[in-house]
Every structure is written in C-alpha cells, then in structure tokens.
Design a protein around this ligand. Structure first.
Ligand SMILES: [Zn+2]
Length: 252
C-alpha cells in the first residue's frame, strides 16, 4: 500500500552497501522506521530525503508494518543544523530525546510542531541555544504528560518562587522548605514565570521569553535535570553538547 506522510528524519543509519535506515517522526503515524534503498548512491533521488533533520513529504510503500521510502519532496532541509557544531550538537540532543520514546509512539501534532519549531529556531539562531534547549525539555515533558505543578507552594499557596522537587514535580516556597535536598531545584521569580509560560504558551511563541542570565541558569539546570529524571536515561548527544561549553558545564 502506498501512503504519504509528513515527516522529519531523527536518525539516519547506513545499512548494507548503499541503503539507509531512517527513523522518522511523522504527523500521521507517529515515529516509524523507514528503509531508503539505494539512498547512498550518488544518483539516488532519496539522498537528500535521507539526511538527518530533513523535513519532507514522503511517499512510502507499506507492507506488513514495514515502510520503504519511494519518493518525496523536501519541505525544509535544515542544512544549517549540520554545518555548525553547536547547532548540530543541540539538534542531535533533541533528536536523541525524541528517539528515546517507545518505538511505536502515538500520533501527536504538538510533538511534531515542537520538533519543527525547535529545529527552525536553532537553525536561524533566533533565540539563545540555552532558551531553546530549556523550553524544548520542559515542553516535551509536558507533552509526554509529565508537566510539573508550578501553580503555587503546595504547603502555603505562595506562588512567586520556590523549589521544585524532581520526583514529585511539586513546588514549595523557601519558607516551607527549609532544608532542600539534592532533588529540589530552586527557581527564582523570573525562572518560575518562564517555566509556567513554556508549559502553557502557544507553541509558535515557545522561545519568546526573556529573563535575566542568572534566572536562565536556574531554569536551564532545572529543565535538564527534570527531563533526565523523568526519561531515566543519559544522552550521549547531551554529553557531547555540554563538552562544547566546558566553562559553563563546571558551574552547577
Ligand atoms: Zn510555602
């Protein structure tokens, strides 16, 4: 059966002499594995469609739940993500997070939009990479159903700033939580406001928040730790990305 999907390539692995095996996040079928036969031959029309981060309308042949790439046209190559090491580092980390989901992930339009908006923002350099990374991590968690409860301190109802517990995802203010543990991440007023914004805002405006550098550092630290805690895995691409900024990596 022939089908058409709107998809973005999260992973592209060489296979046999000239094939590629792609993992594609699609609007219609969630995440699927697609074989691109002969994609590494110079003459192949599947070459550009099989590049990492490529966003395309793809014509697939499906048989018994297996997909083969037949043809397609590129909607956005996101070529800029592969020519700059910092951009590539961040985009690869995002892709690895998306790949970490169960193989047969559900169809989710928000996930698709989050992915495309993030790749686009990284490529264009429209926002700081720290803002894109943190917003992706937290919104991704919200889409997966793990949004932390940032409304107010669970003990007293205070709502301007406080500690979020990684495990429970609940907020406690400084007065109520006198002895924060290693799992409690402090967000000052600006960082907390930004976190609330990231969880609820229109995806089109996901990265449009501006907060002081110190608050951004708190937000970054929390969003990364929260994602790592909830997904229960490490990401090689994250280690690589952080190795590009050794001076920041040492400040926790
Ligand atoms: Zn309180």
């Amino acid at each position: 059966m022939n089908i058409t999907v709107d998809g973005v390539v999260l992973r592209s692995v060489n296979y046999k002499e000239s094939d590629k095996i792609l993992t594609v996040l699609t609007r219609e079928r969630g995440k699927i594995t697609v074989k691109a036969q002969g994609a590494r031959r110079k003459s192949s029309r599947l070459g550009s469609l099989s590049q990492p981060f490529c966003y395309a309308e793809m014509s697939l042949f499906e048989q018994g739940g297996r997909y083969t790439l037949d043809d397609g046209f590129v909607k956005a190559q996101f070529y800029g993500l592969t020519t700059d090491i910092e951009k590539m580092g961040l985009a690869s980390y995002l892709a690895q997070v998306l790949l970490g989901e169960p193989e047969e992930s559900a169809v989710d339009d928000d996930l698709m939009r989050l992915t495309l908006n993030s790749f686009y923002a990284i490529e264009k350099g429209m926002f700081t990479q720290a803002a894109i990374k943190a917003a992706f991590e937290l919104r991704y968690m919200a889409i997966c159903g793990y949004a932390p409860d940032l409304l107010e301190c669970t003990a007293c109802g205070e709502s301007t700033s406080g500690y979020i517990n990684l495990e429970s995802g609940m907020l406690m203010c400084r007065d109520c939580l006198r002895a924060p543990g290693y799992n409690d991440y402090y967000l000052d007023a600006s960082a907390l406001e930004a976190a609330r914004y990231i969880i609820d805002c229109d995806l089109k405006r996901l990265f449009s928040f501006v907060i002081p550098e110190q608050s951004m550092a708190l937000l970054s630290r929390f969003c990364e730790a929260y994602l790592l805690d909830k997904t229960e895995q490490g990401y090689k691409a994250l280690d690589f990305y952080k190795s590009l900024f050794p001076q920041e990596g040492s400040v926790k």
